[in-house]
Design a protein around this ligand. Structure first.
Ligand code: NAD
Length: 408
């Protein structure tokens, strides 16, 4: 439902009253949020199952658990974060003392996508509330069960002048919000095209924006990698959430000498994780909707399927699929795949692999499997990427001590 201008103004007035400024207030709100989430943990898991067929374990590991870690981290560090930071003075300012104060921004807007519909909304919200802001949150309409439980949790925990949820079609609701009210910050996670349009709308009022967008993240298997470990970690990182993960390995580059061996290990890992029939596995998610399913099916004809390839439009199932002989000029290799399709390429020299990776500048994530320190140093120094792992995939995002985001 669209939020009326007077409700937004009421939030602004609440912020201006200074109510959100104190340590006691912020801590109380974070504790309250944590306890409501714990109360609704089963309902959250059911909603994630309804929207994406996420298993209970996957829901905890990649959604609720990440939120709990974040909120605990904020509660623990809040007092320190709120204190002014003392910095050195300089000759002209002597004998003064110099401090940096971290002020709240005001009323912020958080717009979330459907793929991790709980944590990608709640984690930015923790940051916003720890920072003393009021927030409007916009869950994705494509994950309606999760959007509804998020609304319920936030309505039960907070006053409407402090945190408010808006549901519905983002293409209508978000432009109306941004053009009718000057937010103090917009935090957007989602696709590049929509991100661009939000940035443009926000620019009219010089509203600062944080954009967390998609990308095409490569994984490299060097000749000296521990292949059984690499195969299992790639299988998990890629097929988690049926490949609908912004930092999932998008495509694989395999050293020619280990290609066949690695492929066999990868197939074995997929079968171990999801059985011979992933459509009946409780651990394998579904595609979010028919539109995305159709898009993924269109990718299947752009190369040779060497494993998987089964799908069902009615149940929104698509099997973990490996493809070869894919041209770099196909949409499969030009767009973010965002599904359980993994194109495989082989290389002989590092230079060859580097030239493939360089076709998509500055990937959101980068994964390298090697036991060679020199290879590791070379890849890391030559490539610019948001985040990544050596000898693992995806789990860098679970460490809140590491920064998160893409280049630019
Ligand atoms: P999306 O852009 O379709 O939607 C995201 C949000 O924007 C939703 O809340 C939606 O309601 C809203 N929205 C949709 N159309 C809009 C419009 N015209 N104007 C304003 N708002 C609009 O993105 P999505 O399909 O939900 O998410 C998938 C994308 O998100 C992928 O590209 C993925 O890589 C990216 N992603 C990035 C990260 C990250 O942290 N970098 C994390 C998850 C997903």
């Amino acid at each position: 439902m669209q939020i009326q201008a007077d409700a937004l103004q009421a939030m602004r007035n609440y912020f201006k009253s200074g109510a959100t400024m104190t340590y006691a207030f912020r801590k109380k709100q974070l504790l309250a949020l944590r306890s409501t989430v714990l109360k609704y943990q089963d309902a959250i898991s059911e909603a994630l199952y309804a929207d994406l067929k996420k298993s209970e374990e996957e829901s905890f590991a990649t959604e609720t658990g990440l939120f709990l870690t974040e909120v605990n981290f904020a509660i623990k560090n809040l007092r320190r974060w709120m204190q002014p930071k003392y910095v050195s003075s300089n000759l002209l300012n002597l004998p003064s003392s110099n401090r940096i104060y971290r002020d709240p921004l005001g009323v912020v807007l958080i717009i979330a996508p459907w793929n991790y519909p709980f944590q990608l909304l709640m984690i930015p919200l923790v940051g916003a509330l720890a920072g003393g802001n009021c927030a409007i949150v916009k869950p994705s309409e494509l994950a309606p069960a999760t959007a509804s439980i998020v609304e319920r949790i936030l309505n039960e925990t907070f006053s409407a002048t402090y945190v408010k949820t808006t549901l519905g079609d983002g293409a209508i609701i978000v432009p109306a919000l941004i053009t009718n009210f000057r937010f103090d910050h917009i935090f957007y996670t989602g696709s590049i095209d929509v991100g661009r349009s939000i940035y443009q709308m926000a620019a009219a009022d010089l509203v600062p924006v944080t954009l967390e967008l998609g990308g095409k993240s490569p994984a490299i298997i060097e000749e000296d990698a521990n292949l059984p470990v690499a195969a299992r970690r790639i299988a998990l990182g890629k097929f988690l959430n049926a490949g609908q993960t912004c930092v999932a390995p998008d495509y694989l580059l395999l050293h020619q000498n280990v290609k066949d061996q690695f492929m066999n290990l990868l197939k074995k890992a997929i079968t171990e994780f999801y059985t011979d029939d992933p459509s009946s596995s409780n651990d394998f998610c579904k595609i979010i909707n028919k539109h995305r399913h159709d898009k993924l099916v269109s990718f299947l004809s752009q190369g040779k399927i060497v494993y998987g390839g089964a799908y069902n439009r009615e149940t929104l199932y698509m099997a973990p699929t490996l493809m070869e002989e894919v041209s770099m000029e196909t949409s499969l290799m030009k767009e973010e795949i965002f599904g359980p399709i993994l194109p495989l390429f082989s290389f002989n020299t590092r230079e060859e692999a580097f030239s493939v990776v360089s076709r998509n500048a500055n990937p959101l994530a980068f994964y390298l499997f090697t036991n060679n320190n020199e290879a590791e140093k070379e890849w890391i120094s030559r490539l610019r990427f948001g985040g990544g792992c050596v000898n693992n995939a995806v789990w860098q995002v679970a460490n809140h001590h590491l920064p998160f985001g893409g280049v630019g």
